[in-house]
Design a protein around this ligand. Structure first.
Ligand code: NAD
Length: 435
């Protein structure tokens, strides 16, 4: 039973970074002086080097964070042409000094075989598909392979979400191994680094609020998702595990740990009357086995360990390019509404002070830069990264570690599994023939 004192204690921990410290990339200060900071990229695709599909591009943020200190020693990428195209572009720009000696490796094994101790990286940026990481199975276990290759002074690891496609149990094993190794690890749940999100955390902490409910909605613009793996449950694990996981994580960031047995969900499947999509990127879905196709809408509810209630609706509905996403947090007297975190993040707050809504926005906020800045600050000891540097008060902290990210992964899977189980109680409509 909670005591009166407990009740007055906010249900979120105060972030140890001040919201006003999460500066926008366009205002990033002159990079710190220091020795070379060597990076090896795992994966030469969109998340690491950018695309026309979104604002993500880790290399761009690293170039701004580290300036002339950045030395990219390697790109591990099985598709050599992809990595060569990246290097041609980078070497033809003002960041040439970071990429002039970059080697391309077709696999992590090849990278280890050819490792030059003088080019030992301070950090790995892991943006390969999740099927090749977060696992205990050889070939899918790049984190464990890195620990084995660098047993004593492991380079820092930045790992994209979702952390794996393996079982939650195996992903947790990887997490425990990383924690035991004391390696600096950051997982790419970048929405935590939005200044509006940090503002929400401050309001909860400053007013000693207990979160009573989280209500999340994520509606993506599906025609622009042109990767076949995304449309196959067997490859990317479906829209909740691959994409909705960002909002599973953000819900947990406010609601805390989830009673996993409480998760319930329903899905609208592709073959049901309401499940037809008129602009499905046809080449992708028509070649996918029927049982492997992804649901169109998933709606879930759960209980947090505090007793609070969470809910989440994910949908493949919109056309065009922009996603429509929103997260509401409720506490006694308060409604905190995070609106459009992907395109134009803003926060609407209703409080006991009145019925009017207070609006908050932060100009030119770049959560991808904030996230990478926090990672480098935690990894960088003037060229001696790999030891766990203690961040100064005015530096950012990593807001998503592997252990915590594994809990978001577990929630994402629990929603998928619950939605599939509930289908058995629903009469299945006859399957349509593939177009
Ligand atoms: N946080 C975000 O906003 C965000 C945005 C985009 C992608 N992502 C995540 O980043 C990850 C990668 O997505 P992407 O869009 O960059 O995909 P992508 O297909 O564009 O790039 C992945 C690259 O990895 C390469 N690759 C395949 N197997 C590999 C291996 N074993 N080792 C090294 N490289 C390998 C592929 O050839 C490809 O070039 C996914 O987990 C995705 O969810 C996150």
């Amino acid at each position: 039973m909670a005591t009166t004192t407990d009740r007055r204690r906010s249900s979120v921990r105060r972030p140890s970074i001040a919201a006003d410290k999460l500066g926008a990339m366009t205002f990033s200060s002159i990079p710190k002086a220091g020795g070379e900071f060597r990076i090896c990229f795992i994966g030469g695709g969109n998340i690491n080097f950018g695309s026309d599909q979104g604002p993500w591009d880790h290399s761009f943020r690293l170039e701004h964070k580290l300036g002339p200190r950045l030395k990219v020693v390697g790109i591990v990428e099985p598709n050599r042409a992809t990595a060569e195209a990246v290097l041609t572009r980078k070497r033809g720009s003002f960041v040439v000094s970071a990429y002039q000696d970059t080697e391309i490796y077709s696999s992590f094994d090849e990278y280890v075989e050819k490792l030059n101790p003088e080019k030992r990286p301070h950090a790995f940026i892991i943006g390969s598909p999740p099927a090749f990481r977060g696992s205990t199975t050889p070939g899918k276990d790049v984190e464990l392979a890195i620990l084995k290759a660098f047993p004593n002074d492991t380079p820092a690891l930045f790992i994209e979400k979702p952390i794996s496609t393996d079982t939650v149990e195996n992903a947790l094993t990887v997490g425990r191994t990383l924690v035991d190794s004391k390696t600096v690890v950051s997982v790419g749940y970048f929405l935590r680094y939005l200044r509006v999100v940090q503002k929400m955390r401050s309001i909860i902490e400053d007013n000693d609020l207990h979160v009573m409910a989280t209500v999340a909605r994520y509606v993506c613009a599906y025609p622009s998702i042109r990767k076949q793996a995304w449309w196959m449950k067997s490859r990317d694990c479906g829209p909740i595990v691959e994409q909705g996981t960002h909002f599973c994580d953000l819900s947990r960031y406010f609601g805390g740990d989830v009673e996993m047995d409480s998760v319930q969900a329903h899905a609208l499947e592709w073959y049901e009357e309401a499940g037809e999509l008129s602009k499905c990127p046809v080449d992708e879905e028509n070649t996918v086995e029927e049982d492997d196709r992804v649901p169109r809408v998933t709606a879930a509810t759960w209980k947090y360990k505090t007793g609070a209630v969470g809910s989440f609706t994910h949908a493949l509905v919109l056309q065009g390019d922009k996603y429509s996403t929103e997260l509401e947090i409720y506490a006694d007297g308060y409604q905190l509404r995070l609106v459009d975190p992907y395109n134009a993040p803003s926060l609407e707050v209703r409080s006991p002070l009145g019925d009017e809504v207070e609006h908050h926005t932060f100009a030119q906020d770049d959560p991808y830069f904030n996230q990478m800045s926090a990672f480098i600050d935690a990894s960088d000891n003037d060229g001696n990264a790999g030891t766990t540097a203690v961040a100064d008060d005015d530096e950012f902290e990593i807001l998503s570690d592997f252990d915590d990210a594994a809990k978001s992964y577990a929630l994402s899977w629990a929603i998928r599994v619950a939605s599939e189980k509930s289908l058995k109680t629903v009469r299945r409509a006859p399957k349509k023939a593939a177009k």
